[in-house]
Design a protein. Structure first.
Length: 155
């Protein structure tokens, strides 16, 4: 005699065409590789909760941008004892990602010149290719800078 196990509850289906009301998420993370991974993980959870499902092109592109900017904040913006901040904002059809570090002496330069064997130097090229707009500005409330990127998510 076989008994049928009750099926597990499924995650509710989400509309594949997000249209956002205003959403905002901000958090500080330790300036370590572990902090960058946690920022990427929590950003993925938040984006899914806002209606951009895991595995979608928009979700993957946004997470790659978060990962790259967080990694840059850890690698190039690290100051001992200071954190970096991730801020996500959704409004209309746009998602804005901002990563703020506390090091103001390393300013950004986008160069398209990398050698095939070079391990780094392509991150901001990826951000520029994936985002509709991106840039940076000096941090207003102390030393450092904020790097931002905006991606329009089709409704």
């Amino acid at each position: 005699m076989t008994s049928k196990q009750p099926s597990l509850p499924l995650r509710p289906a989400r509309n594949a065409q997000p249209r956002f009301t205003w959403h905002h998420f901000t958090m500080r993370f330790s300036s370590t590789p572990r902090g960058a991974r946690l920022a990427r993980h929590l950003a993925g959870e938040r984006l899914d909760a806002w209606g951009i499902p895991y595995g979608s092109d928009a979700h993957d592109a946004l997470l790659l941008i978060v990962a790259e900017l967080s990694s840059n904040a850890v690698r190039h913006g690290h100051v001992s004892g200071r954190d970096f901040r991730l801020c996500l904002t959704a409004e209309g059809t746009a998602i804005r990602i901002e990563v703020t570090d506390t090091r103001g002496d390393h300013l950004l330069a986008l160069t398209g010149q990398t050698s095939p064997g070079q391990e780094g130097g392509r991150g901001l090229l990826l951000v520029a290719a994936l985002a509709d707009r991106w840039g940076w500005y000096p941090r207003a409330d102390g030393p450092g800078k904020t790097v931002w990127a905006v991606l329009e998510v089709a409704p």
